[in-house]
Write a protein that binds this ligand. Structure first.
Ligand code: HEC
Ligand code: HEC
Length: 192
């Protein structure tokens, strides 16, 4: 356990360095498409498919594919599930649906090399529960957020729910989730 925390700590430091450089170099890569060591230091691989970013980034952050395993994305991208998407209608034409599903499956958490992505895949059971799968209900997510009180989330008008990753993780759009970029509205920086 102590070992594991040590590794995450070092990963955090490396990412912190990457963010520092990225912030000072003009910052033109909204979709994270630029290759090279800066984006490779993200905690999970950034979104690289523009169609996905447009279609799935209008109501909430376009979640990185590496935040859910392939079986979970298959459930989310089912046509009937899109029509009743966590209470919203997120239906797509079949062409768009197929392109996005293909992208998500190829980059899913269980296919990814980033350690945090692999953590999001641990213990997923496609047959457990009745609703659609959630990133925010993954075991790793719950473990990482169990110190964050509801007063800062659901009863915080500037956050609303844990699904709004980018309300607190200022690097979320680039796949940066480590402690260095956490700033909770009305509370401030998170000191672990
Ligand atoms: C019309 C608005 C809308 C669109 C478009 C949309 N979503 Fe969502 N999505 C929602 C809402 C609302 C929630 C639930 C948020 C909450 O509980 O606070 C949600 C939740 C999610 C979650 C679960 C987040 C969690 O809590 O862990 C995933 C995964 C997700 N959406 C993926 C997608 C994908 C993939 C697409 C594109 C095919 C998409 N969404 C398009 C409205 C939308
Ligand atoms: C209300 C603010 C808030 C929201 C919303 C939120 N997080 Fe977090 N998250 C935190 C805090 C605070 C921590 C650090 C907890 C700690 O270290 O005790 C954290 C930690 C993490 C970590 C672990 C980082 C590390 O280096 O160990 C990951 C990964 C993460 N969050 C992903 C997400 C994702 C993905 C979403 C959206 C689905 C999300 N978070 C939504 C506040 C938030």
């Amino acid at each position: 356990m102590a070992n594991r925390r040590g590794i995450l700590f070092w990963l955090g430091l490396v990412s912190l360095g990457a963010v520092g450089v990225a912030a000072s170099d003009g910052d033109g890569d909204r979709n994270g498409t630029r290759s090279g060591w800066l984006t490779s230091r993200a905690d999970v691989a950034p979104v690289t498919n523009a169609t996905y970013g447009e279609e799935c980034g209008s109501c909430h952050l376009a979640y990185q594919p590496g935040l859910l395993p392939a079986q979970a994305w298959t459930q989310v991208m089912d046509p009937a599930a899109l029509a009743d998407h966590y209470g919203d209608d997120a239906s797509l034409t079949e062409t768009l649906r197929a392109e996005i599903a293909g992208y998500l499956l190829a980059q899913a958490a269980d296919q990814a090399s980033a350690p945090r992505s692999r953590a999001f895949a641990v213990g997923f059971d496609a047959h457990a529960g009745t609703g659609l799968p959630r990133i925010t209900e993954r075991r790793y997510f719950e473990r990482k957020h169990d110190d964050v009180p509801a007063s800062l989330v659901t009863s915080n008008p500037d956050v609303g729910s844990f699904s709004q990753c980018n309300a607190c993780h200022r690097g979320a759009a680039k796949g940066v989730y480590n402690d260095s970029r956490i700033d909770i509205p009305g509370y401030g920086r998170w000191e672990d």
